[in-house]
Design a protein around this ligand. Structure first.
Ligand code: LRH
Ligand code: MN
Ligand code: MN
Length: 392
């Protein structure tokens, strides 16, 4: 195997078009229930989070949008936030609703047995649609913490019916050119049953709603051993894969840097995507990061993640698909596997460095950011950065 020093033209073109959305909350302090360690220079408000996110884009050229979480990222004037983002060279991406931290939602939100709580949760989503429009976004992401901890605690069936009705009301407010995406997660915070635990449940609700509803796949939201690339293939087949939340995990929903725990899994996922041309902007799949940086520098962590996705996508694009199809036709199991592994083990870093330089970007974005002095500057300017979530 050789190490290429340049990328084939089609691969370079695809990579130049590819982009990843970053989460505003990835720039705030986060941690576990045991301790949240602060980092000097942590953003104190949504504007500062966007300024930091813009650094990720400035150094990688691949992260031009920032997801907001509402009301974590509440500001007086959302159009001012939109304009600020534009000045920083980025735009606002998906708006994430939040029904997981108010006392009223202790026993559920869109699934709650009490109609007044459901009303409140539906209204929150309608408000999110307004935030979406004010920020120039056209996508609303829904992840529900709803579920139960004990068998018999509530009716699983009744909660599904409530969920369907609540989603239908939200969906009625989704206009042309807009969409909602529904994220599933198999457990946490609920430990017995979760109301949207898997891709099948999410897909069923989306199918009932209509074409403006699609599924979000968060790589950390599956039981260990789940074949995620199969789910990707299946959702793409139905044209219902709306967005990704990329991260990696060793145990539960660890939200670690994407590609850190299992780079080969990331490769397998991206190869499914490439085979269905879903990496192209025209596919409408929104590739996003959903990560928290508990110990490491946040901007550096985000840059590392963007680069990991870019490198792995380059490898997936390098798979010799004609040779693979031929080996598959001949049922040559090991040759087919070797063709994939060859691409996976190819060191694309020198070719990517050359590709970036051609685009006027630093050949090594991670090192260039570290040397830029930005972190030292904001550490001196910003005092009192907050935890992920409220006000941070
Ligand atoms: C839930 C989740 C969801 C939330 C984010 C903060 O675990 O993945 O996407 O919005 O974390
Ligand atoms: Mn997520
Ligand atoms: Mn998660």
């Amino acid at each position: 195997m050789t190490t290429p020093t340049t990328l084939p033209t089609e691969v370079a073109r695809d990579l130049a078009e590819f982009s990843i959305e970053v989460p505003s909350w990835g720039y705030g302090n986060s941690g576990t229930r045991f301790k949240v360690f602060g980092t000097p220079g942590t953003p104190r408000d949504p504007f500062e989070k966007i300024a930091d996110a813009a650094q990720t884009h400035a150094f990688t050229g691949s992260a031009p949008r920032v997801s907001l979480h509402y009301p974590w990222d509440r500001v007086e004037d959302f159009s001012a936030l939109r304009d600020f983002a534009g000045e920083q060279g980025v735009s606002i991406g998906m708006i994430n609703s939040n029904t997981f931290q108010d006392d009223e939602y202790k026993f559920g939100s869109l699934t709650h047995r009490d109609a007044s709580v459901r009303r409140r949760a539906i209204d929150h989503h309608l408000e999110c649609l307004e935030v979406m429009r004010a920020t120039g976004s056209h996508e609303l992401k829904i992840w529900l913490a709803d579920g139960t901890n004990y068998a018999g605690q509530d009716s699983i069936r009744a909660r599904q019916d409530h969920l369907a009705d609540s989603l239908a009301e939200i969906y009625a407010g989704v206009g042309e050119g807009e969409r909602i995406v529904l994220e599933y997660k198999f457990f946490e915070p609920a430990f017995y049953h979760t109301d949207v635990p898997d891709w099948g449940t999410s897909l069923l609700h989306c199918l009932a709603l209509g074409e403006r509803a699609q599924v979000v796949l968060d790589t950390g939201h599956h039981a260990p051993g789940t074949n995620i690339e199969f789910i990707v293939a299946q959702l793409l087949r139905q044209n219902r894969l709306g967005a990704f939340d990329f991260n990696s995990r060793n145990y539960a929903d660890d939200d670690l840097i994407v590609g850190a725990a299992d780079p080969f899994q990331l490769f397998r996922i991206l190869f499914e995507i490439v085979q269905q041309d879903a990496h192209r902007p025209a596919s409408g799949v929104n590739f996003m990061l959903d990560q928290c940086h508990n110990l490491e520098s946040k901007i550096q962590g985000q840059i590392r993640s963007v680069l990991n996705v870019q490198e792995t996508l380059a490898k997936a694009l390098l798979v010799d698909r004609a040779a693979l199809a031929d080996a598959q036709d001949r049922h040559d199991v090991l040759e087919a596997n070797a063709i994939l592994m060859d691409a996976f083990w190819t060191d694309v870093r020198p070719a990517l460095a050359a590709f970036r330089e051609e685009q006027g970007l630093p050949a090594e974005p991670f090192e260039a950011f570290r040397a830029s002095g930005y972190e030292e500057k904001v550490a001196a300017e910003r005092v009192g950065g907050n935890q992920m979530g409220w006000g941070a």
